[in-house]
Design a protein around this ligand. Structure first.
Ligand code: ADP
Ligand code: TZD
Ligand code: MG
Length: 585
């Protein structure tokens, strides 16, 4: 409210803003940002408040946006990144200048690396002072720093450009290969005023933000020809295929072709892991023995050994690749049949052109099936063990049964052994239910991911966390309790990173670098914020606690005691560690 009796220009403006639109009414940067987001159906903001965005968050909430405040920007950013993956709309993270911005930047880079659409909106300091490097409050040339770490970066300097700036950010995030976008909003911009009617007119509704991109007919024909010539074909589904939400078309293509499929981590559940054509449990065999491999929304990066070497065996391979990004083709090996376009359009073009006489040679299907059967039989008894303290198989055998009974729950997963064993053991039944560390293998995504999963889908969330992984964003359990989200966090507590057994070789009193406080009680952290904490030592304890949490929807943390000797160095990727020529002490 303006002060009584004063007639300064600022008070007049405040009065007009207060009175709402009318002839000569004014709006300002704050409200233009809000109106532009709302116009484009962006209704949830993941943020940490402070100068200069505190009021922006308040006004957003007042205007009906859902504003979720985190304890650290990195977690807010991971939440926005996964919100983008789940919804195909950019997830929005909002940060304060310099340090807050930098905290959010890891998540923006993570979103870009994983092809998730996200917008990091950050307040920034006075341009005139920053550019002359005169030492402003939280001075930093944020736009320059963000640029190499995201898909696009924009700064808005004038209120009348807010509408177009936000429109550009949205389109850049979701069109083509999705990714992270940085939007720099200097403090001064938020306070700028303009005529409200002109402001409303300046807003831009993004029409068809991620246009379909149809594959060329000859590319489709080439792909089918290569596939048809295969003796041992394989389909690899990646998280791009999960993102595309072309679930029915993908299922039709796989089933019509009869080709075994291998899901990458976050593509698990696109077709159920229990599907007869799933080759998950025969992974090594199908990678080695296949002769034609069709990649759908998956890259031949380190996670697939770059498409060559021991993992892929000696068989000559031909690759078919479906991707929206033309530059992805031939990134590591020759692609015999590139199909460039959006996955929905490509996959439906393929299955429509296929005809009905498809089936891979029966000998191949049989070989895959029998390998699967053998591996599953080998695993089964391990999953039923009731050891105390638990090993990974015993604990995950229990959680596997829970996900089977609750296939619409979302599983969040990070850690090393905790990640690798969970991915291998827990079957997924529905698309986009498994959310994890992504392409970089980032520790710390867990709590932000769990929060956004609960907020965006309304489904119960089970987060299976290594004790180290959990520590990166553990304070966000306060956020979970504050918003009363249906999240059950299970901390696999093996007293450290990989194992809890390392000792300091010097005999000194410092703990070994990979070891934590023994038998820490993470469950008590949850109790401190009003959530439910459970200490679980057996698979039965674990089953009881998690079922209770999933039934009640109450924020819960189960401290699952895992044998500190059970894990291996770096989980499944110990081979990536460089080796010293001087032997370990
Ligand atoms: P994974 O790690 O599961 O193997 P990647 O993240 O490596 O998956 O690959 C995802 C791929 O999907 C990227 O190359 C990306 O360009 C592509 N992609 C994402 N969305 C789409 C889409 N809608 N249509 C086509 N390709 C897409
Ligand atoms: N920092 C970040 C941001 N990401 C990382 N991946 C790492 C550090 C290195 N790192 C891993 O790759 S896994 C891991 C770290 C620290 C933790 C493994 O321990 P955990 O899981 O307790 O989470 P397990 O079950 O004990 O193996
Ligand atoms: Mg651990």
């Amino acid at each position: 409210m303006p002060r009584k009796g004063s007639n300064t220009a600022i008070d007049r403006i405040a009065q007009e803003i207060h009175n709402g639109p009318g002839v000569g009414a004014l709006t300002d940067g704050f409200h233009l940002v809000i109106d532009a987001l709302k116009l484009n159906d962006i209704n949830t903001i993941y943020n940490v408040p402070g100068i200069p965005i505190t009021d922006l968050g308040r006004y957003m909430q007042a205007e009906g946006l859902r504003v979720l405040s985190f304890r650290h920007e990195q977690a807010a950013g991971y939440a926005a990144a996964i919100a983008g993956f789940l919804t195909k709309k950019p997830g929005v993270c909002m940060t304060v200048s310099a340090p807050g911005f930098l905290n959010g930047l890891t998540a923006l880079a993570h979103a870009t690396t994983n092809c998730f659409p996200m917008i990091l909106i950050s307040g920034s300091s006075e341009r005139e002072i920053v550019d002359l490097q005169q030492g402003d409050y939280e001075e930093m040339d944020q736009l320059a720093i963000a640029k190499p770490l995201c898909k696009a970066a924009y700064r808005v300097l004038h209120a009348e450009d807010i509408g177009i700036g936000i429109a550009r950010a949205i389109r850049a995030a979701v069109s083509g290969r999705p990714g992270g976008v940085y939007l720099d909003l200097p403090a001064q911009l938020l306070g700028q005023t303009m005529n409200a009617a002109a402001g409303a007119k300046s807003l831009v509704k993004v029409i068809d933000p991620a246009p379909r991109q149809l594959p060329a007919p000859e590319a489709v024909a080439r792909a089918l020809k290569v596939l048809k010539g295969a003796k041992r074909p394989l389909i690899i589904l990646g998280k791009g295929a999960a993102y595309a939400q072309a679930d029915d078309d993908i299922r039709t293509l796989v089933e019509k072709s009869g080709i075994p499929f291998l899901p990458m981590s976050m593509a698990k559940g696109l077709l159920p892991d229990t599907h007869p054509l799933s080759a998950g449990p025969a992974r090594s065999l199908v990678l080695k023995e296949s002769d034609v491999v069709m990649m759908i929304g998956a890259r031949l990066n380190w996670l697939l050994s770059h498409g060559k070497g021991k993992t892929w065996g000696d068989q000559p391979k031909q690759f078919v690749q479906i991707d929206i990004e033309p530059k992805e083709m031939d990134s590591n090996v020759e692609i015999a049949a590139p199909v460039v376009g959006d996955i929905g359009s490509c996959v439906s073009a393929l299955h429509q052109a296929m005809g009905d006489d498809w089936a891979p040679p029966p000998a191949w299907s049989e070989a895959v099936k029998s390998k699967k059967r053998a591996n599953l039989e080998k695993m089964a008894p391990k999953l039923r063990n009731n050891n105390v303290p638990m090993d990974y198989h015993g604990a995950l055998g229990a959680l596997r049964t829970i996900i089977k009974a609750r296939p619409d729950a979302i599983l969040v997963n990070e850690g090393a052994n905790t990640l690798d064993f969970t991915r291998a053991i827990i079957d997924m039944y529905q698309p986009r239910k498994r959310l994890d560390v992504g392409t970089w293998g980032v520790m710390g995504i867990g709590m932000g991911t769990a929060i956004a999963a609960a907020v965006e889908t309304g489904k119960p969330v089970l987060a299976i966390e290594g004790d180290s992984a959990f520590g990166f964003s553990g304070m966000e359990i306060e956020t979970i309790c504050r918003y009363n989200l249906p999240i059950c966090v299970v901390v696999f507590n093996n007293n450290g990173i990989y194992r809890g057994t390392d000792v300091n070789p010097t005999g000194g009193s410092d703990a070994a670098p990979t070891v934590f406080v023994k038998d820490a009680r993470y469950d008590k952290m949850m109790e401190a914020f009003g959530g439910v904490g459970v200490y679980a030592t057996s698979p039965d304890d674990l089953t009881r606690a998690v079922n209770e949490a999933m039934d009640s929807g109450k924020p819960t943390l189960v401290n699952a005691v895992i044998d500190e000797k059970a894990g291996t160095e770096s989980g499944r990727i110990g081979n990536l560690n460089p080796q010293s020529v001087v032997s370990k002490k």
